[in-house]
Write a protein that binds this ligand. Structure first.
Ligand code: IMP
Ligand code: MG
Length: 186
């Protein structure tokens, strides 16, 4: 494991979540909120954010994987884990670690929309709008990266590279190992 270059410190993340939580709470005032986290990257973010949202909420987890072996190939995206989530008629808030191309998130949004939630919104830890291939927009993001991260990969605070780095208390970057992206993202 190499030491990442710090991008967002533990304090900066805590500060942003303290602003974001109450704003999300206001948006759901008087409602019961159903939070659905995308594993595994959301785990640290989710644990911290739900403690800052002043709302009556329940918590669920889903795991979606996208295989992107070859450039130009249609990615094979599938839900590989889900418990029974009561989507119908509920106010659903998806928590995602990073919205990059948008492929993973868009797949999950389509899946949930078919189940007729009352509302469906997204909060991301990090939004990378410059990398988008599908037009999806999180309603909230703790951080938005305006500039693409040239040849660098985000790790820490739940984000991994090859399952390492998730336990770091901050978010940092490492040089993108090899050209292109890792083959499987979650
Ligand atoms: P998308 O389908 O391209 O939007 O993929 C988003 C998923 O890829 C995120 O939820 C992450 O799990 C993963 N991902 C994308 N970029 C990074 C990164 O820089 N570091 C760690 N994971 C990433
Ligand atoms: Mg993810």
């Amino acid at each position: 494991m190499i030491t990442p270059k710090v991008l967002f410190t533990e304090d900066q993340i805590a500060q942003r979540l303290s602003e974001l939580g109450p704003r999300i709470g206001e948006a759901y005032a008087g409602r019961e909120l159903t939070v659905v986290g995308l594993m595994k990257g959301c785990l640290v973010f989710m644990a911290d954010l739900i403690r800052k949202i002043p709302a009556d909420l329940s918590v669920h987890l889903v795991r979606v994987t996208s295989q992107r072996e070859q450039e130009g190939e249609t990615p094979r995206t599938e839900i590989i884990y889900t418990a029974t989530v009561p989507y119908e008629g509920r106010d659903i808030l998806i928590l995602d670690d990073i919205v990059d191309t948008g492929i993973t998130l868009n797949f999950l949004l389509d899946h949930i929309r078919e189940r007729r939630p009352r509302s469906l919104r997204v909060c991301a830890l990090i939004d990378k709008p410059g990398e988008r291939k599908i037009d999806v927009h999180p309603e909230w993001a703790a951080f938005t990266l305006k500039e693409p991260l040239a040849e660098r990969f985000l790790v820490g605070y739940g984000l991994d590279y090859g399952e390492s780095y998730r336990g770091l208390p901050y978010t940092g970057t490492i040089p993108l190992p090899g050209a292109g992206r890792p083959r499987s993202v979650e």
